[in-house]
Design a protein around this ligand. Sequence first.
Ligand code: HEC
Ligand code: HEC
Length: 199
Amino acid sequence: MPNFDRLFPSIAKMMAAALLLASSGTVMAADHQDTPIEKGRQLFTESAGETGCAVCHGETAVGNPDTGAPFIQGISRARLNAALTGAVPAMEYFKLNRGDTDAIFEFLQYMSHAEDLVLNEDAAAGKEIFDKTAGGVGCQACHGADGSGDSAPDIRGRDARAILDQLRRNENMEFIKLNRKQVDQVAAYLDYLHALETH
Ligand code: HEC
Ligand code: HEC
């Protein structure tokens, strides 16, 4: 490990805090390493070069003005490789192999979509409507459990306008009554299903 006290006193303090956290066991344990994303998360948050990357870039790779480490979610492979092979002096001590770099790349890609993949409050309410309550059967009865289509077309990613339009003029969907708020909630859930599909 490099001498952080000399390099950056403020980082040395953060690292001490991170090590304390790690030893107290509150940092995620390394037991889900089966996917590249999980392996990358582990390397990024804890183990790469003994320090991990999060100590400077933040747990979710959004960057940290205190360390000068930038936002790097979704960064290109070329820039990641350059940064890890000497382009960034603060990071020169990392000697990662190809597999580790690939895993970190996957994790950073994943983080750039992660917000879409969280079922937020609206989307969760939309899921209830989609699965069960719309017209007493849910949208899924015709559009399939994941919205990818069944007797009716794939509607993942359709927006509120498209839904309102169908509710107004599609005879198959005439029996469904939703207020504007519910339409927005279903649209949020269709967004989520779309994010799952493209992720
Ligand atoms: C000691 C603090 C520190 C650690 C630990 C660290 N970085 Fe950095 N990183 C920086 C700083 C500071 C910069 C910005 C350098 C600059 O702008 O010249 C940077 C820049 C980068 C960039 C370049 C972004 C761009 O715009 O091209 C990438 C990619 C990157 N880091 C990835 C990583 C990864 C992956 C790890 C872990 C393996 C890591 N960093 C660990 C401090 C750190
Ligand atoms: C009883 C079956 C049924 C149910 C339930 C149903 N739909 Fe549909 N929906 C259809 C059919 C059939 C079409 C295709 C109509 C056409 O092609 O003219 C369609 C079309 C759509 C479209 C337009 C598709 C496109 O490609 O633009 C949207 C959006 C849509 N539905 C949303 C919903 C939502 C949201 C719900 C639940 C709130 C729902 N539907 C419930 C049968 C259904």
